[in-house]
Design a protein around this ligand. Structure first.
Ligand SMILES: *[C@@H]1O[C@H](CO)[C@@H](O)[C@H](O)[C@H]1NC(C)=O
Ligand SMILES: *[C@@H]1O[C@H](CO)[C@@H](O)[C@H](O)[C@H]1NC(C)=O
Ligand SMILES: *[C@@H]1O[C@H](CO)[C@@H](O)[C@H](O)[C@H]1NC(C)=O
Ligand SMILES: *[C@@H]1O[C@H](CO)[C@@H](O)[C@H](O)[C@H]1NC(C)=O
Length: 499
C-alpha cells in the first residue's frame, strides 16, 4: 500500500557506497538530513508557547516532529509549517480504541482529519500507544494494543487517509533480546513473540514502519559496569565481535539486534524508525552537558552522513528525544527524566551542537519571562530553624528539585543555597504569586540572581496564567504558613498536575 515517504529513503540509502559518486553521496546525505526529527513533549508546568516552539523547529531545520498526544495548540501551530508530524496516542486510550472501530473513527476524525483539512497539518504517522509492551507494565496493554492499531488503521482508510498517514506502535527496545549476547542472537521477547509477529506482519501489510526507542544512556544508568565509551559513537570502546562484524557502540548493536529479530521472523526488509533517542543533562552523574553533547553530536553527525548500521546500511528515520525539558514528567524512571531536552524548558541552548545544515543549534525567540526576581532563604533565618525541612519538602513536592539530587547541576550547593533553590523552584512554578514566597517567615524575595557555578536559579516563562488568578491574591497573601501555600498552587492549577 501507500509506501511513499520512506520507500524513497530506502532506495537512496541502499545506493550509498555502491552506485553513487562522492558528490552524489553528499547531495544524498543533505537530502537525508531532512529526515532529522525530534520529540516535542508538553508535560511542563510552563510549556513553551506553541508558535515559538514551531519557529524554533523551523529555525533549526527540524523537518519532522513527534507529539505524544493530540495537543490542540501544538497541532494548530504546526499547520502549514512545512513540518511533518507523527501524532501519538497515550496508552490510556488503548482500551477504548481497542473496544470499537467507531471510537477509532471518532479519534481519527477529530484528531487527524480535522487538523489536516482545517489547518493543513502534515500528519504522516499516528503512533498508537507509547511503549505499551514495556516490561514494567507487565501485560497491562498486551490485549488492547493490536486491536487499537487495527481500528486506527481501519479508521484512517475509511477517512481516505490510508496512503498519507501510517499507523504504527512506538516500542521500547526491550521488546527484543538476544540469547547469545550479540546482535545475531536477536529475537522478540518470548512473552510477546507471537504478538510481535502479528503486529509487525500487520504493519508490513499496511506499508507502515516499526518504531523503536533506543537509549544508550539507560544502559549506562542500569549497569554501573557498563563500559562508558560503548555508550557513545567515538569508536573508542573495546569492540564487541559478532561473526564478521565488530560493534563499538551500543546503539548499532542494539539496533542490529532488532534487524536480526525481524529477519529471523520473516521481516528482513521491514522499515524501522528510531522514535526516541537522546541523552539527559541533569538528575544523574552521567546526565550532564558534556556527555549529552558528546552523544547527541555523534548522533547528529551520523544522521548528516546518512549512516546506517553493519546489518542495515540504510539509515533509519530518527527522532531525537527531546526538544525541550519537561518539568512535570514523572520521575519514576529517575531524576534525569525531566532533563532530556536539547534546550532548557524556556528554549535556551544548553550546549553547542552543530546540526546537519552546518549551523549551530539556536534558541527560542520571543520568550516572555516573569519578573527578574527570586525567592531565597532570608539572610536572618537560621539554617537550624526547625521549620526548614518541612518547607523544603513541601516546595519540592510541588516543584522540580531534581537538579539538587546526587551528581546533578545543583548538588554542590551549601545547605543555605540548597534551601533557597527549593524555595525558588516553588515560587517560580507558582508564577511568583505573593503567597508563594512565605515559608514561615524564612524566605525573602531578591533581585540578585542567586545562580552559582553549574546551578541555575530559574525564572519561569510568563504563560499569562497568573493574570487569571488575581482575585485569589488576597487570600494567598495572608498565607504565611505552609498550609497557605497550598491555595496558591490550587489557584494556579498546579495541584492538579501530577508532578
Ligand atoms: C483526540 O485526542 C485527544 C488527546 O489525545 C483526546 O483527549 C480526545 O479525546 C481525542 N478525541 C476523540 C474524539 O477521541
Ligand atoms: C558554532 O559554535 C562554535 C563554538 O560553540 C563556533 O566555534 C562556530 O564558529 C559556530 N559555527 C557557526 C556556523 O556559527
Ligand atoms: C539539598 O536538598 C536536597 C533536597 O531536599 C537534599 O536531598 C540534600 O541532602 C540537600 N543537601 C544539602 C547539602 O543540604
Ligand atoms: C512572621 O513575622 C511577623 C513579623 O515579624 C510575625 O508577626 C509573625 O508572627 C511571623 N509568622 C510566623 C509564622 O512566624
Amino acid at each position: 500500500m501507500g509506501c511513499r515517504a520512506y520507500c524513497s529513503l530506502v532506495l537512496l540509502g541502499l545506493a550509498v557506497g555502491v552506485l553513487l559518486s562522492t558528490a552524489q553521496a553528499q547531495a544524498q546525505a543533505q537530502a537525508q538530513a531532512q529526515a532529522m526529527g525530534i520529540n516535542w513533549g508538553t508535560r511542563a508546568t510552563h510549556p513553551l508557547p506553541p508558535d515559538i516552539t514551531v519557529r524554533l523547529l523551523q529555525d533549526n531545520g527540524f523537518a519532522k516532529v513527534k507529539l505524544f498526544e493530540a495537543d490542540d495548540l501544538a497541532l494548530r501551530a504546526l499547520g502549514r509549517s512545512g513540518i511533518q508530524v507523527m501524532l501519538g496516542i497515550p496508552n490510556e486510550y488503548l482500551v477504548p480504541l481497542a473496544s470499537s472501530v467507531r471510537v477509532a473513527e471518532q479519534w481519527v476524525m477529530q484528531n487527524v482529519s480535522y487538523y489536516i483539512s482545517k489547518f493543513g497539518v502534515d500528519i504522516r504517522y499516528v503512533a498508537v500507544g507509547n511503549e505499551p509492551f514495556l516490561k514494567t507494565y507487565k501485560s497491562l496493554y498486551q490485549q488492547t494494543t493490536f486491536p487499537a492499531l487495527q481500528n486506527i488503521q481501519a479508521a484512517l482508510i475509511k477517512a481516505g487517509l490510508g496512503r498519507q498517514v501510517h499507523a504504527t506502535v512506538p516500542l521500547n527496545a526491550d521488546v527484543y533480546e538476544t540469547s547469545t549476547g550479540v546482535p545475531s542472537g536477536g529475537d522478540f521477547r518470548a512473552d510477546i513473540r507471537d504478538l510481535m509477529i502479528s503486529i509487525v506482519g500487520f504493519l508490513q501489510n499496511n506499508g507502515a514502519p516499526v518504531a523503536i526507542n533506543i537509549y544508550p544512556f539507560l544502559s549506562l544508568y542500569a549497569d554501573p559496569h557498563f563500559p562508558i565509551d560503548y555508550a557513545f559513537f567515538g569508536g573508542g570502546a573495546a569492540p564487541v565481535v559478532d561473526g564478521s562484524v565488530t560493534y563499538t557502540n551500543v546503539f548499532e548493536a542494539n539496533y542490529d539486534t532488532l534487524i536480526w529479530a525481524l529477519e529471523k521472523n520473516g521481516f528482513g526488509s521491514m522499515n524501522v524508525i528510531v522514535g526516541e533517542i537522546g541523552w539527559p543533562t541533569d538528575g544523574d552523574p552521567n546526565a550532564n552537558l558534556e556527555y549529552a553533547g558528546r552523544f547527541n553530536q555523534g548522533l547528529i553527525d551520523r544522521i548528516t552522513r546518512g549512516m546506517g548500521t553493519p546489518k542495515r546500511p540504510t539509515p533509519p528515520e530518527i527522532y531525537i528525544f527531546a526538544l525541550i525539558d519537561e518539568d512535570a514528567k514523572s520521575i519514576q524512571p529517575g531524576n534525569f527524566e525531566r532533563h532530556w531536552g536539547l534546550l532548557y524548558y524556556d528554549g535556551t541552548v544548553k550546549y553547542p551542537l552543530t546540526l546537519e545544515n552546518g549551523q549551530n543549534l539556536t534558541g527560542a525567540v520571543g520568550v516572555k519571562y516573569l519578573d527578574r526576581q527570586w525567592c531565597v532563604l532570608a539572610p536572618e533565618a537560621s539554617i537550624a530553624d526547625p521549620n526548614i525541612p518541612g518547607a523544603v519538602d513541601y516546595a519540592c513536592q510541588y516543584s522540580d528539585c531534581t537538579s539538587l539530587s546526587y551528581g546533578s547541576s545543583c548538588s554542590g550547593l551549601d545547605a543555605r543555597s540548597n534551601v533557597s533553590y527549593a524555595f525558588n523552584q516553588f515560587y517560580q512554578t507558582a508564577n511568583q504569586q505573593k503567597g508563594a514566597c512565605m515559608f514561615s517567615n524564612l524566605s525573602v524575595i531578591t533581585q540578585t540572581d542567586p545562580s552559582q557555578g553549574t546551578c541555575r536559579f530559574e525564572i519561569m516563562i510568563d504563560t499569562g496564567r497568573h493574570e487569571l488568578t488575581s482575585n485569589t491574591d488576597r487570600a494567598v497573601a495572608r498565607a504565611s504558613a505552609v498550609v497557605g501555600i497550598w491555595s496558591v498552587l490550587a489557584a494556579v492549577g498546579l495541584a492538579a498536575i501530577n508532578l
